[in-house]
Ligand binder design. Structure first.
Ligand code: PAF
Length: 282
């Protein structure tokens, strides 16, 4: 597997593949690759004969006081893992390649509505950073397919919306969340947890399962959300939100059932912020 760090290198490889008429799939990541990312690469390999993985810790999607500086950077390990999977190309640009005019002076992509709720409330500017870097990566790689994990459900909807709105010729492919045997969603941030926090962390997922049971039993969503927040706080989490929403619009469910719903939650354990979700039909 080749690694390229700049646009000239990236374009040279892509040009050769395109001349052979080969379809290209992209797996955008921030590195520190784990089983969840590896599943994304394997899914991408089903979409296209050529797979590009990008590793870029995107400063624009971290707020002040978030973990940009300490976010784990493990490029050599990531390279080895991707090569073992048979990934074709790793694009690992430095910040100057992604933001030649600096982050603050960058062209920015803003997706309205979807980004004003849930994660957007607790991480102001986060989705502008995500939408901007994903649009840049799509412009640079011009993939036919791009694979994203469902763990960041709101991010997935934001990406789908920007692709539709900008008319980008890329097919977005989503992959269900990969979980540890105890149910905890696999995440690069799990390694920040101390043993006591790690033991507690799967309760975020059991809370989502409880929310689904309550919704299926016909309880009022707002009451379920309040009880879930209180329950997480009692266990020792600092919850940001627990919500039951329509899967695509992320608005509260309206009208007659059946509804494709999703329970979403975000909560802190010490300095570590965890998010998770559980789609279901009610
Ligand atoms: O999900 C992530 O790892 C990031 O938000 C992404 C999509 C790679 C953009 O930086």
């Amino acid at each position: 597997m080749q690694t390229v760090y700049d646009l000239a290198g990236l374009r040279a490889v892509l040009r050769a593949w395109r001349q052979q008429g080969q379809r290209v799939a992209l797996v955008p990541t921030m590195g520190n690759l784990h089983a969840g990312h590896h599943a994304l690469v394997r899914r991408a390999q089903q979409c296209a004969p050529r797979v590009v993985a990008s590793v870029f810790v995107n400063p624009a999607q971290f707020g002040p006081g978030e973990d940009y500086a300490r976010y784990p950077r493990t490029l050599q390990q990531d390279q080895a893992g991707l090569a073992a999977l048979g990934c074709d190309l790793l694009f690992a640009p430095p910040v100057e390649v992604m933001y030649p005019h600096g982050v603050a002076a960058s062209v920015s992509v803003h997706v309205p509505e979807l980004t004003a709720m849930l994660e957007g409330v607790h991480r102001p500017g986060h989705f502008d950073g995500v939408a901007t870097v994903v649009t840049k990566l799509f412009a640079m790689v011009q993939p036919d397919d791009a694979v994203f994990g469902e763990k960041d459900w709101q991010q997935l909807q934001v990406v789908r919306r920007l692709v539709r709105d900008l008319g980008l010729p890329v097919q977005i492919v989503a992959l269900p969340t990969v979980r540890e045997p105890d149910g905890l969603a696999v995440s690069s941030r799990n390694q920040y947890l101390d043993p006591a926090q790690r033991a507690l962390a799967p309760r975020l997922y059991t809370t989502l399962q409880w929310m689904r049971r309550q919704a299926l039993a016909g309880h009022v969503h707002e009451a379920i959300e309040r009880a879930a927040v209180a329950g997480l706080a009692r266990m020792g989490f600092e919850p940001d939100y627990c919500a039951i929403r329509a899967v695509e619009t992320l608005q509260p469910a309206a009208g007659e059932p059946p509804h494709r719903l999703i329970a979403l939650a975000a909560a802190r354990l010490g300095g570590t912020r965890l998010i998770d979700n559980l789609p279901f039909t009610a």
